[in-house]
Every structure is written in structure tokens, then in C-alpha cells.
Design a protein around this ligand. Structure first.
Ligand code: TXA
Ligand code: MG
Length: 317
């Protein structure tokens, strides 16, 4: 693909210029690849919704290089800042009220009075944010509803040349999206389990947080938390959970010692390795040669929560 560029200092500068000119740039983070646009530019933000075919009610995560840049767009109390400093930079996105003069496009936040903000830890993403000197709106760089990308090749296969540049820095270290923690309401709630575990959030906060992602739908199947679509991260091939064996025509996706597995998320049963390999395994098993993907049970703790959340949405029909 002509628009894949290695992540060098020169290419980061070029990409920052493209962003400032209103173009889309796909870039690596430690979680998944993002499809970025200048978050203060309505037209650029609209290009993201268009490229992904994303419903306009589904707001975007705003990426900034650090706490000061976060304060310029959202209200952050000293107590909240103390909490966030334990996780930033890293795989945590936090929902906070917009400041009244926040320059972030209303389209990026789907008209909400809150913003999802993230300070990524990936060196290349940080270099890009520093060079662009503007907050970057970036959803995962995949068509809406599809499997998230953990390599530049995944981005190119799905979005082609919809981004002016795809910065390539190899596979993402964490491999599942950031955890989304809502601190904009009285009760702290996790809207999406992800790269930072529930266990570590509760240990920093010192109290239990609501499992908001568990009750994400109303009776009309409309997500109560925007973006928590029941069917998401979905390969074209049907996914079957808690499998013991593969049925004829199915590929078995293993975890821990699994006989007959076509792919194994982690043969040693390591959840960190499994998260890092999850989307790549799904991409590979979704090449049309199997009638189904049967997944063995994954332990539901630590990164297993995020893995099981993604698998449940991939399996929903
Ligand atoms: O790891 C990640 O978070 C990646 C990388 C690129 O940073 N980004 C990502 O973005 O996963 P996306 O668009 O695929 O997921 C963003 C989620 C959506 O579920 C959206 O509904 C939610 O964040 N979100 C964004 N703003 C929100 C808000 N103000 N209130 C509630 N949810 C929000
Ligand atoms: Mg996504």
C-alpha cells in the first residue's frame, strides 16, 4: 500500500503537518492503531465518521500529550488529576466534563457535554501529538463494527487509502483498546474494559467501580453508553464462545494447552500475551477458509475481562 510509512522522525513531522492541514493519519498506540484527525477541526473530524462509516452518535476519544493539554479541553479536579497521574500515559481513557471554552469539535463528542480523553504511552503517538500541537480525535482505525487493527497492514486492508498516511511501528504491545472510565458522574463506572485492568483501577481508587459495560443496552437495543454496540469487533466468520472442540468446518481458537487449535492466543495461558494476539488471530481466522471460529473459555479476570468483552461482541448476531 502506497500510504504506509515507517515511523521515523521525518514521517512524524509530515504526518503532523497532514493533521494540521485537515487530513486523516493512522498511527500506532500501545493499544490499537488509531485513525486520527485534528479534534478542533469539524471538517477533519467529519472525515473520520465518513471513512469508518461510523454512526454520528458514537463519540471519539481525544488524544493529548499530557495533563496540561487535557486541562485545556476538560474540567479536571485536583482529586481526579491525582488518580489520572497514576495511569497516564497509558491505556486509560477517562470521561470528563468539557470545559466551557473547549476547542474540541462538538461532532467529535457527538454533541455530549463530556469528552473521552486519553494520554497514550506509545513513543510514536506521543511524538505525533507533540508535533501536531493540537488534540487528536482518534477512534480505532477500522470500519465501524469490524475487528480493531493491531498492525499497519490491518489498517491498510480495511481502510485502504482513506488516510493520507499510515504510520507503521509494528504490532501494538497491548492489543486491546483502552479502558474507558467515566468520572463525569457521581458514581465511577467502567464503560469499556480494556488495557488497564479493573483490578488496578479499584486498587488506585480504593473502592469498587460500577461495571457499566455489562448493562449497555436499553430495550430497543440502543446503547445507553454511546458506542457500546452489542455487535462489534466482528469478523465476517461467525464466532462461537466457550467451545470445547471445533465442529466440522470450524477453526478452534485456543488458550492454554488446547489440542487441535488452529491458532492459540497464548499456549502458556498468559492473558497479556492473549490480549496482544487477540485481534490478529481473529483477522487471520477470518480469511474465508473456515465456516466458524470456536473459542475456548478465557478466564474472566485482569485482561481476560477485555478479551471476553470483545469476544462476546464479536459473537453477537
Ligand atoms: O485504545 C483506544 O482507546 C483506541 C486508540 C486509538 O486510542 N481508540 C478507540 O476508539 O478504541 P473507539 O472510537 O474505537 O472507541 C471509543 C469509545 C466508543 O465506545 C465511544 O462511544 C466512547 O469511547 N466514548 C467516546 N466519548 C465518549 C463520551 N463522551 N462518553 C461516553 N463514551 C464515550
Ligand atoms: Mg473501535
Amino acid at each position: 500500500m502506497r500510504n504506509i510509512y515507517p515511523l521515523t522522525a521525518d514521517n512524524v513531522e509530515r504526518a503532523a503537518q497532514e493533521l494540521c492541514d485537515g487530513a486523516l493519519v493512522a498511527f500506532p498506540t500501545e493499544t490499537v492503531y488509531g485513525l486520527g484527525a485534528d479534534a478542533t477541526n469539524d471538517t477533519a473530524v467529519a472525515k473520520i465518521f465518513d471513512a469508518k462509516n461510523r454512526p454520528a452518535f458514537n463519540p471519539l476519544i481525544i488524544h493529548v500529550p499530557g495533563m496540561d493539554a487535557a486541562r485545556a479541553i476538560a474540567d479536571i479536579s485536583p482529586r481526579t488529576a491525582k488518580i489520572l497521574n497514576q495511569f497516564w500515559p497509558g491505556a486509560l481513557s477517562v470521561i470528563l466534563p468539557r470545559t466551557s471554552g473547549s476547542p474540541v469539535s462538538r461532532l467529535a463528542s457527538a454533541g455530549l457535554d463530556t469528552l473521552a480523553i486519553r494520554v497514550p504511552a506509545h513513543d510514536g503517538a506521543r511524538a505525533l501529538l507533540h508535533a501536531a500541537q493540537t488534540p487528536i480525535a482518534a477512534p480505532s482505525a477500522n470500519s465501524s463494527g469490524q475487528i480493531s487493527p493491531t498492525t499497519a497492514a490491518h489498517v491498510a486492508a480495511d481502510l485502504g487509502e482513506k488516510a493520507a498516511m499510515i504510520l507503521d511501528d509494528g504490532p501494538c504491545a497491548i492489543g486491546v483498546e483502552s479502558t474507558i472510565l467515566d468520572l463525569s458522574r457521581d458514581e465511577a463506572s467502567i464503560l469499556r474494559p480494556g488495557g488497564v485492568t479493573l483490578e488496578s483501577i479499584e486498587s488506585v481508587l480504593g473502592y469498587a467501580v460500577a461495571r457499566g459495560w455489562m448493562d449497555a443496552k436499553d430495550e430497543h437495543d440502543v446503547p445507553t453508553a454511546p458506542g457500546m454496540l452489542r455487535r462489534h469487533y466482528a469478523p465476517d466468520t461467525p464466532v462461537r464462545l466457550n467451545a470445547v472442540h471445533a465442529k466440522p468446518g470450524e477453526a478452534l481458537l485456543g488458550f492454554g494447552p488446547t489440542s487441535g487449535a488452529i491458532e492459540n492466543l497464548s499456549s502458556s495461558g498468559d492473558l497479556t500475551e492473549a490480549a496482544a494476539r487477540l485481534f490478529d488471530c481473529l483477522h487471520r481466522l477470518d480469511d474465508g477458509q473456515f465456516q466458524g471460529i470456536a473459542v475456548v473459555p478465557i478466564p474472566d479476570h485482569d485482561l481476560g475481562c477485555a478479551i471476553n468483552d470483545r469476544l462476546a461482541r464479536a459473537a453477537a448476531r
